[in-house]
Design a protein around this ligand. Sequence first.
Ligand SMILES: [Zn+2]
Length: 230
Amino acid sequence: MTQSAATTDELLLRLRRFKSDYFPRHQQRFQDLVSQGQHPKTLFIGCSDSRLVPYLLTGTGPGELFIVRNVGAFIPPYGGSHGLHGTTAAIEYAVLSLKVERIVVCGHSQCGGIRAAYEGVPDEAVALRAWLRLVQEALLPVQPSPEALRRTEQRSVVLQLERLLDYPMVRRAVEAGTLTLHGWHYVIEEGEIHIFDAQKGDFVPASLASNCGTGPYQPYVEHDGQVISN
Ligand SMILES: [Zn+2]
């Protein structure tokens, strides 16, 4: 068997294994989710990076997370475009129809999207180049050192949360106390989520944090006193 045939077969084998091994053990749960519909309490907006695994990090399973993923975990400005915008549509659906109680925005260490915002993308990647403008405000006027990249990843999470609050249905629900926003930075190499704490204006490791999110929102103040958004 050639290497490529073996690889193709491996994925097919995993599909069959889902049906034969996983599904029978969880069949009731799937049937309940079909008969009663989905009622996820959390909208999870995460980067597409393959190393970020929302179900693994949060210990959740089918029916618990409504997930949107895109390069960088970015939020488009509300009303900036009425075009075919998957992320915006998912936010509207999650808040207005599913009435989720939490929105998580989850960036991560080693983010290729953040790095590309500094280093550029191939000429042909016109949509990607336009998309990366959504993190422009969080970039630092420095060379992208590991420290600068990590700070930018965190600044981006805060910036995206700020944009979320420009969505009228999000702001309304947050102000009504029925929705909370959660800014997370997953540090892959530490196995830890760092949570944005609006009171402290900083990220706190989950192991030390008293909660995993924030309510209404304070400006994010950098260590040097710079406010990136308000
Ligand atoms: Zn990423």
